[in-house]
Design a protein around this ligand. Structure first.
Ligand code: PMP
Length: 376
């Protein structure tokens, strides 16, 4: 080992001391189950919310270049047209991931001298995008319209409000109706990352804005194809000129290889599948699990497929997670910096893969865990 890299060990040691160490575990996912270290577990942390049955991938040659060079397969246009319609926007643009869609679009549209109003619980990729844009960032209290209103009283000419639709670690909805109203009153531009609402909620899975009846009032829509749709990639949808600017300015679009076209076709197949049936099954599962957990005495504030069980200390969250693992449930303890310190939690994500019996089994395990750890 090179001694000049010894400082890395010091960093790692401090991460471990704070109970914040993460490691990769080999996991093989099959339907509602995941196998880890030869142990089969019920997978309660999949973001493949709709659980659309796997369609065969036809793997062709990979384009191996940027979309602006030689990687713009015709399937992109077909998918982007469908996604734009899905979001009631003029045009769509596919990025290699949702993370890159956030980075690329935010930095293309927002610049130094602008003001960004960002919810304090926004995803890391939004935060990174905002920082890279060079704009002034004003973080408002989570979903707090009063605070947002207050912070909008700032002198910058161009103002952007940016929020998630369904928050990834809390499972609650953004106050989107009020946010959109405030944006209109203040001539602010609304950017929505709906990675966790897209394909899952709203008529035909059109997402959180559709659920609140405000689809047309979102100025820039950002999402992932890797969650509700269970495919891979990210995308944005907006007016034609915004998309045009992103094609010309987004570094995470221009200077990277195109998403392989077999994944674009995979998204298309899933988009055209019977999503409605899966959406109905998902929400049935959500209601069943939330009701079961509440009946046990858990305080569940979420009404969606993302259900956090707040534990508090990082150490206790890890022990709770280990107990679930031992009992055959895979649900990740989420810790700082993903959430605030001492707000560690078990994040359950429900999917349509799960059967009613499997959810009942999970509820039994949560009963045992809740009693053991004195939570219920
Ligand atoms: N936005 C939010 C709110 C997310 O939760 C995630 C993924 N965790 C992303 C963006 C990034 O999406 P992707 O996984 O497609 O990069």
């Amino acid at each position: 080992m090179k001694s000049k890299l010894n400082f890395v060990n010091i960093k790692l040691k401090s991460i471990k001391q704070e109970n914040l160490y993460r490691e990769l575990r080999e996991g093989i996912v099959k339907g509602p189950l995941i196998t880890i270290n030869k142990k089969k577990l019920l997978n309660l942390c999949s973001n493949d919310y709709l659980g659309i049955q796997v369609t065969k991938l036809a793997i062709k040659q990979i384009q191996s270049s940027s979309r602006l060079v030689s990687g713009n397969d015709s399937s992109f246009k077909i998918l982007e047209t469908k996604l734009a319609k899905h979001k009631s926007q003029e045009q769509g643009l596919v990025f290699p991931t949702g993370y890159m869609a956030n980075l690329g679009s935010i930095t293309s549209v927002i610049q130094k001298g602008d003001l960004i109003l960002s919810d304090e619980r926004n995803h890391a990729s939004i935060i990174e995008g905002c920082r890279l844009s060079g704009a002034k960032i004003s973080v408002y209290k989570h979903n707090d319209i009063e605070d947002l209103n207050q912070k909008l009283r700032s002198k910058e000419k161009r103002k952007f409000i940016i929020t998630e639709g369904i928050f990834s670690m809390d499972g609650d909805f953004a106050n989107l109706k009020q946010i959109v109203e405030i944006a209109q009153k203040n001539n602010a531009i609304t950017i929505l990352d709906d990675a966790h609402g897209d394909f899952v909620i709203g008529n035909d899975g059109k997402g959180t804005p559709n659920h609140f009846g405000v689809s047309k009032k979102i100025d820039l829509y950002i999402s992932s194809l890797s969650k509700g749709l269970g495919s891979f990639g990210g995308y944005i949808a907006s007016q034609k000129n915004v998309i045009d600017l992103c094609i010309n300015r987004s570094k995470s679009f221009i200077y990277t290889s195109a998403l392989p076209s077999f994944l674009v076709e995979f998204s298309l197949k899933r988009f055209e599948s019977n999503r409605k049936k899966q959406q109905e099954k998902l929400w049935k599962n959500v209601r069943h699990l939330i009701t079961g957990l509440r009946q046990l005495g858990y305080q569940i504030n979420s009404e969606t497929h993302i259900i956090p069980i707040i534990i508090g200390s990082e150490k206790n969250a890890l022990t709770f997670g280990k107990f679930l693992f031992y009992k055959g449930i895979y649900a990740q303890p989420i810790r700082y910096p993903t959430v605030k310190r001492n707000k560690a939690r078990i994040r359950i994500s429900v999917s349509a893969w799960l059967s009613k019996n499997q959810i009942d089994d999970a509820i039994d395990v949560f009963e045992a865990a809740g009693k053991k750890f004195d939570i219920i």
